[in-house]
Write a new protein. Sequence first.
Length: 436
Amino acid sequence: MSQVSTVFAVASAEVGYQAERAPGERPSGHQKYSGQVPGLEWSNYQPWCATWVSWVALKAGVPALYPRTASCSNGVDWFRSRGRFSAYPAIGAQVFYGPGGGTHTGIVYAFDANSIYTYEGNTSLTNDANGNKVMKRERRRRDAYVYGYGLPAFDGGITTADPDLKGRPGFTYQASASGPANSGSTNPTSPTRTVTVRAGQTITAIAAAAGISVAALLSLNPNVQDHPDQIHPGDSITLPAVPEGGQEPDPTPPPASPPASNSGAFPGTDQFGPGANNASVTKLGELLVQRGGARFYQQGPDPRWSEADRQAVKAFQESQGWRGSSADGLPGPQTWALLVNHQGHDIPAASSAKPSAVPAFPGASRFRPGAVNSHVTTLGQALVRHGYGQYYRQGPGPRWSESDRRAVQAFQHAQGWSESGADGYPGPLTWSRLMR
């Protein structure tokens, strides 16, 4: 059994385990993992997601491939120091969540263009970072909560979606992938059926109609893994067979919104979001400027995805009357079609989005242990202006320090935030309020 298969076998066997919590104990309760990891015995009754990953690595016989720590932030630094941290998922990667990656963590067993599929300790469907249970989770890849991924150096290499690692020894590039065992993907030897793609359909929509994950569908269709949402009418797609007595679902009718013209076909969700750097991002920015989004760009548009792009997309989506996850600032086929075909409402002059006078959020990676940059100074100066200068004995300066974190945390508490919302690491909302 390969190293990554063993990791998944150990991790999946723990799904359903729940920590105990007696009246009056800390929310994390007490669990079996801390006492079984040498050096982490002290971490019982503490948040235990990182401890659980350390335990899995130890029991799988690969303790040197993952950081042994109870701190998510230390885990990020451990992978960074080895040059094995990425903005893209990988099979067996340790995923880190929250500002600076310091809020929560888990292990990735599959990914596709839209989602990552994970094993996580100390989680629940209502509490990502302190839910007291080992679970399988599905999360949106481009959710702001997802910070990045540590890539273990498995003997057989690692499968990753990072295009910069394509062709490098020890790395296999795939836009979507499932783990080798215990990943929850569909068994390829199970009975299957074939459907024909109709105009307007996508792999994502067909998977949803069939009631399976995109990762499971792609495991049955390796020929489309590099471009999961660029299929064509007449293509054949393999699906699991309909159970006896079941009813085959209609694999999703074409979308009601008008599709993009042939010259402006949607390039795919993987072209947009943190880490993206390509011509499609430039094209998106130009389209947004034409529709009233120029004020979001201090420079550009350019090929590198930025907070300015996200804010402009969000404003355009909100101008269509969309809310919630439909206005997340990440373009999908319908957003792209409306922009390319000059349909829908333009971005209004008055918007609830962040005004151009406020500098764009530079990214969570600018504010973490070891960071040294001008944005840390700007943040500290803003904290002093807002009355939080007492946390600085000297400075503020460009080197991130505990003084910065404590000042940010005090500011966040003053906004009425608590727990993971007041961890002392600035996100886009903290930044925008401080920069006013």
